[in-house]
Design a protein around this ligand. Structure first.
Ligand SMILES: [Zn+2]
Length: 382
């Protein structure tokens, strides 16, 4: 009798325990994917997360995603920067980087042959979906440029901005780079905004370009600030439509603060980026047809843990460390603990968006030769 009683108590305890444990994120595999959101923490390595959690005593939303693996950060040459890293993620192909910092363009040898790579924003637009970009960087930064334009050099600020004005994306929200011309964007069918309040009021059917005057990286208390998480939520609301959308969100200041070894700035930017991740995942959970990918283009600052368990920057440059690659809403990109090539991310996005034509794809870029030719002529004249 005593044993039966004990058994009953144990069974009851077991049932109560099981019913109380509901996993934070059960694995949801979406049959029909409508929307894909990629969140890029620029320069964000695994140790950026570990250091931030141990220092601030916070939990991160991206740690709760069901698939937790790593992306390798290779390019065709040298230490991968945001142009080559962004190109791998956006186009599914590697390119050279070094001092050239090619954006979705392959430079073969010494600039002898060049091809444009199609990016996933273009793939989404081609199949009737909307596409947008939100970043804490300026619009012409290497990561947003990788998802919107084709140039052979990341420093071509005016050319990148001009190509963005002429591109077909539905939304580009970034910090003001000082060269975006209101008229140029309006002439190409965009609305042009400079504050978050303006973005809230806009006609949803118009393509929206924003050159934000305040800080996007995190809320600094300034009245002009437009924190990344708030812009992410607003952008999703704007892009959500019957045919689906693709959205890239970048937390650029994880990288910028890591270059300068500014710990607090890096951590605050990372926490804000994680809030933006939560906005995307909350939408995905409610929507039921959205995939969210969280990753980085490369690691910055070579953060390591010493023998006393203390984290710290050991460099002011990019490192070769693999970066987190996390996934919600689907499988097939990365298994737990697995390390995959960065270019697999671009291919996966195109496939999941439902792009059935060939991808990745390179097309011959005649403009490159025009630019090269005029550069040669100019150097002869000098
Ligand atoms: Zn960097």
């Amino acid at each position: 009798m005593k044993r039966i009683y004990k058994l009953l108590v144990l069974t009851l305890a077991f049932l109560i325990t099981v019913s109380c444990i509901t996993p934070a994120f059960s694995i949801v595999l979406i049959d029909e994917v409508k929307n894909v959101i990629i969140m890029i923490g620029d320069g964000m390595g695994e140790n950026h997360l570990e250091w931030t959690k141990s220092e601030l005593g916070v939990e991160l939303e991206m740690d709760k995603l069901p698939y937790q693996g790593y992306s390798k950060t290779d390019s065709l040459s040298g230490l991968t920067d945001s142009a080559a890293g962004g190109t791998a993620l956006s186009c599914g192909l590697h390119c050279f980087n070094s001092n050239l910092g090619t954006l979705s363009v392959l430079i073969n040898g010494h600039g002898a042959i060049a091809f444009n790579y199609m990016n996933v924003s273009e793939a989404a637009l081609k199949i009737g979906k909307k596409a947008g970009i939100v970043t804490s960087d300026v619009n012409s930064g290497a990561t947003p440029a990788s998802f919107s334009v084709h140039t052979y050099k990341r420093e071509l600020t005016e050319e990148i901005t001009k190509q963005q004005a002429e591109c077909n994306l539905d939304l580009i929200w970034a910090a003001d780079n000082g060269v975006s011309d209101k008229k140029m964007f309006e002439d190409n069918g965009w609305t042009y905004s400079t504050t978050e309040d303006e973005l809230k009021e806009l006609d949803k059917n118009k393509r929206s370009f924003a050159a934000i005057k305040g800080n996007i990286f995190y809320d600094t208390g300034d009245e002009n600030d437009a924190p990344l998480s708030e812009l992410t939520a607003l952008a999703i609301e704007r892009l959500d439509n019957e045919s689906g959308f693709f959205l890239m969100v970048e937390g650029a200041h994880i990288d910028k603060n890591s270059h300068s070894n500014i710990k607090d700035g890096m951590m605050n930017s990372l926490v804000e980026f994680d809030k933006a991740v939560k906005c995307a995942v909350d939408f995905a959970k409610e929507d039921g047809n959205t995939i969210v990918i969280v990753t980085a283009d490369h690691e910055t600052g070579a953060i390591t843990k010493d023998e006393n368990g203390q984290y710290g920057f050991t460099s002011g440059d990019h490192s070769k460390a693999d970066v987190p690659l996390r996934l919600f809403g689907s499988d097939g990109l990365v298994k737990n603990g697995e390390h995959v090539a960065n270019k697999e991310v671009g291919k996966f996005i195109a496939k999941k968006l439902g792009y059935t034509e060939r991808f990745p794809v390179m097309t011959f870029n005649p403009d490159f030769f025009k630019e090269l030719f005029s550069a040669v002529i100019a150097s002869i004249k000098d």
